[in-house]
Write a protein that binds this ligand. Structure first.
Ligand code: SAM
Ligand code: SF4
Ligand code: SF4
Length: 336
């Protein structure tokens, strides 16, 4: 019988996001501002990061608990050596229906074929602007636009499905909403707009910096009329819209203005093996200690079951009543 692990709000555990590294070759201001993540920043030492064998063991355990979808993230996941071998191990797990990766894309030309051959089905590539100068100023001067577009092309050529993520910040890149929409519509690739979120403690988030789902839709609809599309499955994060009279779509991830906690089925594991039941959690549960002691799989299963069954997270629904002072896990640790 299928495992139906439920939390306190009757939400099942369906998705697992695994961060394979806390390092990144970008310094996006909203995620890893270079003043904080500078040359002296202490990233996780190698021995505190889970090995691929440890991550694969955890993935197997989570799949036995009902997880169907796996997403590899970071930091920048392609910064870690031989991610393809990890994907290969994951793709052999019985019960996994989908393996995806979120990446900034610049290393895809180098690795896309290998990743596809290893079993990676989908990539989400993050790109916040088509304007070179603006994009550079958003990513800490680490890359222009073209290397990311090349990454997108190489993923598609390798046979993977590609989606694009754009984080929208008021006064920073809201003028790019329309050019990005038009460009990716033309390329027949789905662009997903993400409301700027108050993840971590370092990105200076204020409610005023958010361009809401409603505002994004209005901007696009005025020039390219849209109609809503039904969710493909329960718990889909993005609300979907289609350009009228076409098959091309956009998505909007409205964690701030229209929270979707009530269907949130995602667990996250950081590179050092902490389990987080919410993107905005202040505390993780140490799975590495269990992996590196003599705990059996069944003991680890019980540990995770207890955590999920006690889960009541709904940060985004309650955002405005939370104290903004509570320390939260950084995005570069947990990977979005
Ligand atoms: N480095 C990879 C990348 O950028 O795609 C994977 C990790 S990154 C943390 C995952 C996603 O989180 C990216 O699409 C990024 O744009 C998004 N993200 C990071 N900080 C964010 C924030 N404060 N608000 C909304 N999205 C954010
Ligand atoms: Fe790196 Fe991704 Fe964070 Fe940008 S959003 S700094 S690419 S981890
Ligand atoms: Fe899930 Fe937490 Fe985001 Fe709500 S705030 S959707 S519980 S990760």
């Amino acid at each position: 019988m299928e495992h139906q692990l439920k939390d306190l709000r009757h939400r099942t555990l369906r998705d697992l996001r695994i961060s394979v590294t806390d390092r990144c070759n970008f310094r996006c201001r909203y995620c890893m501002p270079s003043e904080i993540f500078g040359p002296d920043y202490k990233f996780l030492p190698g021995d505190s990061i889970l090995t691929y064998e440890e991550m694969t063991r955890l993935a197997r355990i989570f799949v036995s608990l009902g997880v169907k979808k796996l997403r590899i993230t970071g930091g920048e996941p392609l910064m870690r050596k031989d991610v393809a071998s990890f994907i290969r191990a994951l793709s052999r797990l019985e019960g996994v229906e989908d393996i995806a990766m979120t990446t900034n894309g610049v290393l895809l030309p180098k690795y896309a074929k290998e990743l596809r051959a290893a079993g990676l089905m989908r990539v989400t590539v993050s790109l916040d602007s088509l304007d070179d100068q603006r994009f550079r100023s958003m990513n800490g001067g680490k890359s222009g636009v073209q290397p990311v577009l090349d990454g997108i092309d190489s993923a598609e050529q390798a046979g993977m499905k590609v989606k694009i993520n754009m984080v929208v910040q008021k006064g920073v890149n809201d003028q790019d909403i329309l050019p990005m929409a038009a460009y990716f519509r033309e390329k027949k690739q789905t662009l997903r707009f993400i409301e700027f979120m108050d993840v971590g403690n370092t990105n200076g988030w204020k409610p005023d910096n958010v361009v809401t789902k409603k505002e994004i839709l209005e901007i696009i609809h005025e020039k390219m009329p849209l109609e809503p599309v039904d969710a493909l499955y329960h718990g889909e994060v993005a609300s979907r819209y289609r350009y009228k009279g076409s098959n091309e779509e956009i998505g909007i991830i409205s964690s701030v203005s229209d929270a979707f906690c009530s269907t949130c089925s995602r667990a996250r594991i950081s590179a050092e093996g902490k389990l987080y039941t919410c993107l905005f959690a202040s505390r993780g549960h140490d799975l590495r200690a269990l992996l590196r002691s003599d705990q059996t799989d069944s003991e680890i299963v019980r540990f995770i079951e207890d955590i999920w069954q006690a889960r009541s997270d709904s940060y985004s629904e309650d955002r405005m009543i939370h104290s903004q002072q509570l320390p939260k896990i950084e995005m570069s640790h947990i990977g979005g």
